[in-house]
Write a protein that binds this ligand. Sequence first.
Ligand code: APR
Length: 258
Amino acid sequence: MQSVAHQVGSEKLQQIFSTAEKVLVLTGAGVSAESGVPTFRGGGNTAVWKGMPFEIISSAGMLARDLPAVWEWFNYRRERLKALKPNPAHQAIARWQERFRQFTLVTQNIDGLHQAAGSRKVVELHGNLWRARCFDCGARHDLRELRVDHEVPICIDCGGRMRPDVVLFGEMLPPGAFERAAREAEQCELCFVVGTSAVVYPAALLPETARAAGAYVVEVNPEATPLSSLCDEVLSGKAGEILPMVGMSSVPGAVATG
Ligand code: APR
């Protein structure tokens, strides 16, 4: 029986998707929305903790003022995440790393769902919720290896106090992460921007950098963003429904419809 594929996107996208070697994908909270992770701004319900907007509880100022409160917030988010699974969008992106010679996945997400779906070498612009970093020696540890029964986890290397290995509001990105992403954006032929409101910089600069370097830029989002008008193509809808279908018409033996 011949499989039937519903073509998503233009002929041009199909053609570039089937010939491109250098591909960059930038993701935001929207790629995890169908897994049940709240987004910050559009689409899903927004995150507020004990009456404090996330910009406050997730800030460098709060870290200095009340480290246990910050840990309580991140412990709560990790607990909620434990039950959540990658969705078809994460899985499609994980498959793409085998398909393209030079594939780069850059994420603003700290939920680790890309890695849970099998994505490797993920450029994490905002850190990762499953890791802690020592204030004193800078060591990073997977929280699943640490005793988190104290208000504040203790570093197993030096005994120092640890903090979430997440970029908080008012903090710099991890050294080298953005630079690496920007280098790949300058070289890519095809750039997907998935599930981000594109209002947070410097992440939102990456599609602009790719576009300026001649890449074909495709946005996947159920809502328009400040980036939409800059993109070569906008696939309006949910990432979990759209990404698995991208390039389907280039599946040998499949019949394109729609
Ligand atoms: N598929 C694709 N996109 C979706 C979906 C979905 N199923 N559901 C919602 N979206 C879109 C929304 O329309 C919105 O444009 O995802 C976007 C989520 O935007 P934000 O909540 O602003 O998340 P993000 O862009 O990742 O935020 C950037 O801001 O708060 C900081 O550090 C935090 O990394 C975060 C950064």
